[in-house]
Design a binder for this molecule. Structure first.
Ligand code: NDP
Length: 322
């Protein structure tokens, strides 16, 4: 089968399209013939070696396709099922072996492209607004990179709950997109200092929660935007890692809560996975959750997807047609 492999960690050029043997499913696993893979920032981290993995490294953490074969003891899916998944590496390929417990059967109304666009960032937005800091109607949240893949979905889900959303973005086009998805106020954080602007927009009170996927360039100021006993949810690092941090700062800034969550810890049981995936895919099917698929790349050109993502050129989701 054709698959992307990284021989040596590095830039987008480190990804090579190679021929490798089609894998076989072991006990509890299924072989999925992939139609579409989702592109996520986590793929960049495995490509560069920031996140540790075997070498040569298989890339892609999200996919949608058809179950081709199952290993012993698999009860969750059957051969021929249309399925999707997140957080199992190797979806930049024609086939992937995936733990069957991670596969979600797809409703007929959902295409492979939609599923590969929705699973990882959709379930992330879901756990952030439902579980990490469960938003209530009337809460105010600050969402950084609000026109990004995770960002647009957080904005929509927060608005559906009845929260007020302040978003940050780098360009006017991204600002318009975030507004179109429901953001109440947008700050161009590359032009304007977002800290005083958030204080102005909240009459000096601060927001209840910050959802921060940007990291290095936003974390410190974000802490100054939170009301006493509010929460900083640092869930990514698009601009780089946050340097070591003194927990005493949380006291000085108002007995704040700080967490650094991951999707993997929010789909721990089959029940939790199907709840989150069901809400996300159900929302897409009904039209209450809108996906923005920015671009679809051929597998041979996935390096271009990484370049565009890292260069802040994209909005919403990037997918790969297999
Ligand atoms: P995005 O679509 O949000 O793309 C990244 C965006 O971040 C850019 O478009 C840009 O928006 C903004 N950004 C700000 N500074 C930089 C910079 N220096 N370089 C690049 N981008 C920058 O990506 P994803 O939604 O895929 O992921 C966002 C982050 O969230 C990643 O760190 C990812 O790993 C993390 N994540 C974490 C999860 C978890 O469970 N913990 C799950 C999913 C994602 P703008 O131009 O508007 O500034």
């Amino acid at each position: 089968m054709r698959a992307i492999r990284v021989q040596q960690f590095g830039g987008p050029e480190a990804m090579a399209l190679v021929d490798v043997p089609t894998p076989e499913p072991g006990a509890g696993q299924a072989l999925v013939r992939l139609h579409t893979a989702g592109v996520n920032f986590i793929d960049v981290y495995f490509r560069t070696g920031l996140y540790k993995a075997e070498q040569p490294t298989a890339l892609g953490n999200e996919g949608a396709g058809i179950v081709e074969a199952v290993g012993a003891g698999v009860t969750e899916v059957r051969v021929g099922d249309r399925v999707a998944y997140a957080m199992a590496r190797g979806s930049y390929a024609e086939y992937a072996v995936v733990p069957a417990a991670q596969l979600v059967p797809l409703p007929d109304a959902i295409s492979f492209d939609q599923a590969a666009a929705a699973m990882l960032q959709g379930m992330t937005a879901h756990y952030l607004v439902r579980s990490t800091y469960p938003l209530k109607a009337g809460d105010t949240c600050l969402v950084h990179a609000a026109a990004g893949g995770a960002g647009l979905l957080i904005v929509q889900m927060a608005k559906a709950i009845g929260a007020r959303v302040i978003g940050t973005v780098s360009t006017e086009a991204k600002a318009q997109l975030a507004r179109d998805n429901g953001a109440d106020a947008i700050i161009r954080y590359t032009e304007q200092d977002f800290e005083p602007e958030v204080k102005r927009l909240t009459d000096g009170r601060g927001v209840d929660v910050v959802y921060d996927s940007v990291g290095k360039t936003t974390f410190d100021k974000g802490l100054n935007c939170i009301r006493p006993r509010g929460m900083m949810v640092l869930f990514g690092q698009s601009s780089g890692a946050v340097p070591p941090f003194d927990p005493n700062a949380l006291n000085g800034k108002g007995s704040l809560y700080l967490t650094r969550p991951s999707l993997a810890h929010h789909v721990l049981s089959r029940e939790e996975l199907t709840w989150r995936a069901g809400d996300v895919l159900g929302g897409v099917a009904s039209g209450s959750l809108r996906l923005r698929i920015d671009r679809k790349y051929p597998l041979a050109d996935v390096a271009a997807a990484h370049r565009d993502l890292e260069a802040r050129k994209t909005t919403g989701k990037l997918i790969v047609g297999i």
